[in-house]
Write a new protein. Structure first.
Length: 154
C-alpha cells in the first residue's frame, strides 16, 4: 500500500469510493458540490489517497488544515480494504503532514443510532485513534444522525 497526496488522475477513484458509501451518506457521485470539493482538495494538496498495484483506490481522505481546529472533511476506505489498516494509514499521513498543535482535529461521523455507524465501523475507528464523541450536529442529507468526534493535539 502506498499513501500519498492525491493527483488529478485520482479524481475518478474518489468518485468510485463515494459510490460505495452513498447508501450511508446520500448522493455524492453526481453532486456538483462534492465533485468540486474533491477537485479543490486535490488542487490544494489536502487530499490523500491509499493505492496499490491495481487501478482502484483503497481509500481517500479530504482534510482542512486551518489551525487550531483541523477537520477531516471526508474519509472512506473501499469495501474490500476495510479492516486492513488503510484508514489508519490515511489518518496517520494526514496527522503527520498537516497537523501542528496545540489545537484539535475534528470529524463529523455517524450518530450512534445511524445504520452506517455499526456497518462502517467509523465510530469505533475514530475512538481507537484517540477521538472522543462530542456534540451532535445537523443530520446528513440522507436524514441520518451525525456527531462530532474530536481529538486534542499538543
Amino acid at each position: 500500500m502506498i499513501v500519498r497526496l492525491a493527483e488529478e488522475q485520482d479524481f475518478n477513484g474518489f468518485l468510485g469510493l463515494a459510490a460505495q458509501v452513498e447508501c450511508w451518506f446520500g448522493p455524492m457521485v453526481e453532486d456538483v458540490g462534492f465533485r468540486d470539493a474533491v477537485r479543490k482538495h486535490i488542487r490544494r494538496s489536502t487530499a490523500i489517497v491509499a493505492s496499490s498495484a491495481g487501478p482502484d483506490l483503497l481509500g481517500g481522505l479530504l482534510f482542512a488544515t486551518k489551525a487550531p481546529t483541523h477537520h477531516v472533511h471526508w474519509l472512506v476506505v473501499s469495501e474490500r480494504s476495510r479492516g486492513k489498516g488503510v484508514g489508519r494509514a490515511l489518518m496517520a499521513e494526514a496527522m503527520r503532514r498537516f497537523v501542528r498543535g496545540p489545537g484539535s482535529v475534528e470529524v463529523v461521523s455517524f450518530g450512534a443510532d445511524h445504520p452506517g455507524a455499526r456497518a462502517s465501523g467509523a465510530r469505533v475507528f475514530y475512538e481507537r485513534l484517540g477521538f472522543a464523541p462530542a456534540e451532535t450536529v445537523e443530520s446528513g442529507p440522507e436524514g441520518g444522525s451525525r456527531q462530532v468526534f474530536r481529538r486534542a493535539v499538543t
